[in-house]
Design a protein. Sequence first.
Lengths: 178, 103
Amino acid sequence: MANNSLRGGSKILPLSFLLFFFLSNPLFSQKIDKYYTSSLQDGYSLYYFLPSKSMKAQSCDCELQYDITVISSKDSATFNFSISSPTVLAISAIKIGDSNDFFEAKKLYIDKKSKTWKMRYSAMFPIKELERYFSSDSSTLRVRTENSNLDFSQKAGKWKKYSEINAQIFQLIRLNMD
Amino acid sequence: MRKILAIGIVAILLSSCAAQVATPALGLLYTDVKAPLIATSNSGSTKVGSAECISVLGIVATGDASIEAASKDGNIKRIHHVDYQSTNVLGIFAKYKVYVYGE
């Protein structure tokens, strides 16, 4: 009897973590409202795509995270991104997915926490370009630095779910524009 | 040993040691609430910035969820309003996120 209750007690921890995983992982349930906020302004709506999960570069110990701000009355969106790296990178432009065009990246700030440099940049992308990116199979973001290009990407499975959610948010924005 | 571990975990979950963040409405199992923090007389928002801090089991807490950090994140000079979002899962993991809207 005592053993049974002990066995039951030992299941609490894995069950808790399982519950935690399901509750804290909105990706699982595809609830898009967990991935953006919207704000009604005078004559337009402001949509904010919450920061993405980290994307990793193969060629360096670097990570990239981005967020997107869309103003419904404009054709382009603000694409802010942060890169964490052990060295300072001078970034000049960024390219998304299979697109051929690089877009200029403007520096917002550079910080250092412990041994990691955090560089934050901002770029403007046409909304159509972002919609194309989130409907494509390639998650690759190419960042142009002074020495070389850095490619950041996500695992295919994660990208599939994440890109579908962002595509749905863009669809929602379009529907509210009409 | 297992029993002690189980008691310890339950004690952490039920005691004030559990991960907690400020929230207008608390759910024992799960909390995910958005609420207003401040609003200013500045007009219009075209930019958004966010910042967050987290707590794990009420033992480790880290991050910078200040309005300043969120403004810096979004390159915001004039703040229109600030919202926050608090998330808590079983008192194991808690997150406090600040959203700054402005220009």
